[in-house]
Design a protein around this ligand. Sequence first.
Ligand code: ARG
Length: 461
Amino acid sequence: MAESKNLWGGRFEGKTDPGFADFNNSFRFDRRLFEVDVIASIAYCAALETAAVLRPEEGMQIRTALDTIITTGRQDAAYFNDSAAEDVHSFVEARLVALTGDVGRKLHTGRSRNDQVATDFRLWMRNSIDELDRAGRTLQTSLLDFADAHHEVVIPGYTHLQRAQPVLLAHWSLAYFEMLARDRERLAEVRRRVNILPLGSAALAGTSFPIDREALARTLGFEAVARNSLDAVSDRDFCVEFLSACSLVMVHLSRLAEDIILYATSEFGFFALGDAIATGSSLMPQKKNPDSMELVRGKAGRVFGDLLGLLTTLKGLPLAYNKDMQEDKEAVFDAFDTVKSSLEVTTTVMRNIGVNKDRAQAAASSGYMNATELADYLVRKGVAFREAHEIVGKIVMRAIDLKVELQELSLDEFQKFSSLIEGDVYEALSLESTLSSKSQIGGTARATVDAELKQARKRAR
Ligand code: ARG
């Protein structure tokens, strides 16, 4: 079914250079817009009928053919294979004309591929944001399941990648939950600005036919119509915003990936990766590599590239539509595919991590991570924090000399530094009181984290 006729042949006498035709052709990637292109055309056909551009029987004929086209496209992947169409819009129109003859040639009245592609892309993106939202929510659920399953586990918290203060593993998990909550919110905000209808702007100046754009917007589920035709056909802010929101998702996933990779090393040893998500080495028989998380970390780069590439493409473009804008699609499709698969693989990883509780507990109980606790203890006995900090620094130095942890120092030893330190210091320095003192909202006390977990379950619904 090779159709080679362009949509714009009339004023041309010569043939398109085959190399350029190939370069110009977007069908190999914009065929992803096939369904939304047909759906938008069905709505547009009804608008033309209302505007009395099409007679009811013509409209009926076109809509029936478009129904056949969408059904065939859904069922038969080969439908697209040998088409020589320039882009998805030409493809659908060629199929329509093949089914209806001259009647089908009326559908493009008062419409341009410029407002058509902008409409299609917004429809596609709306659905895609919904898919990413579901994938994000599933990952959030897996983080909560992980937190619940390892409820009692304590790990060292780090700043500068140096042991800082102990935290619950569930608290760590909830930190990533929050990042994903913001990602989902951000995507929802982008969706609001995606959901504006360009159709009816025609090529750039607006349509010459009495198309009821408000009605068209309602039919296609858009929140509002674009208010300026020049802007409507050349606005790709929604793509940039989408890529930007996707980039932040990847920042978050790559940080999670890095934590998991680190915690699964023999140096840390808190996590053991399941076979389902690791790979081996072709040379070193003992190896088990975290390729799943390394790829997620690595793929962040492509999504940032998609964002920067499109910003660069758009910069300095004169009004209104320019063919440069065709470059929006591969960037957005690539980012969507990358983010979606990264969310899914990360979910699988979260469901396949074993936790070495003892190792984590031992790490969380050493390295002077209760030093701040000791300073706070002195504060509660009336010492100014800055002075307490100084005293405890000296005590830590002494403990390092003696090669012991703070809680292993004798009371005599403590009292050389401050007479305010008494027998109750050992209780204050215990891992449990280190945790339980962090009981304000946002802290890592067990009860506080439990309450957050409950809230998070509701938020992830
Ligand atoms: N394939 C084009 C794109 O993605 C569709 C719009 C073409 N418009 C035009 N005037 N050539 O941007």
